[in-house]
Design a protein around this ligand. Structure first.
Ligand code: SF4
Ligand code: SF4
Ligand code: SF4
Length: 177
């Protein structure tokens, strides 16, 4: 068994130092990555506006989402604070772009339940009940994500003691229309 599984509580001590994934998740409902990089002025207003402090600057100085400490409430304050035309039209969100990121939530093999250690922390924080546990794999119930019910809020990502959950971009070149 590796050190992460032996010392899950220690992971919380170092959570603030977790490096965000590459490529970066940008702000919710941007048009696309190329357009974002060409038009974001790196002013930092969205970072100041975010009510859950999940926007950081990436190595190049652009804003990126870091779910390691908190979730996105979809408050829209980053969008409201931004002076640049980086986002999809609001009326277009519900019809064509219901999800904030062209990404998919995944659970990797660091999950405690997948390693026969009881844990249901992710399910406990999921407001849409998108994470279900069953006994298909072993005597310890293991999680499955129902992507149709996942809002991509990131609450489960910040809660997982193993950092086993991530929101991974699936089609960076396409993104929102
Ligand atoms: S929608 Fe709100 S909580 Fe989410 S990143 Fe933007 S400012 Fe932060
Ligand atoms: S407020 Fe807009 S222009 Fe300024 S850093 Fe954030 S996304 Fe870029
Ligand atoms: S990211 Fe999805 S699965 Fe995780 S807590 Fe939010 S809605 Fe639930």
């Amino acid at each position: 068994m590796n050190n992460k599984l032996e010392n899950p509580s220690r992971r919380r001590l170092f959570r603030g130092k977790v490096t965000p994934p590459t490529p970066s998740l940008r702000l919710p409902w941007i048009k696309n990555e190329d357009h974002f990089l060409s038009n974001c002025t790196q002013c930092g207003d969205c970072i100041e506006a975010c009510e859950t402090n999940i926007i950081i600057k990436d190595d190049a100085g652009f804003p990126a989402i870091d779910f390691s400490n908190n979730e996105c409430t979809f408050c829209d304050k980053c969008h409201a604070s931004c002076q640049q035309p980086l986002f999809v039209d609001k009326h277009d969100i519900k019809t064509n772009n219901p999800l904030p990121w062209p990404a998919q939530l995944e659970i990797n093999n660091q999950c405690l339940a997948e390693n026969n250690i009881f844990c249901q922390s992710c399910q406990d924080v999921c407001e849409t009940s998108a994470i279900v546990f069953d006994f298909k794999k072993s005597s310890i119930p293991t999680p499955t994500i129902n992507l149709a019910d996942c809002t991509q809020c990131g609450a489960c990502i910040s809660t997982c003691p193993q950092d086993a959950i991530s929101l991974n971009l699936t089609k960076l070149e396409i993104t929102h229309v």
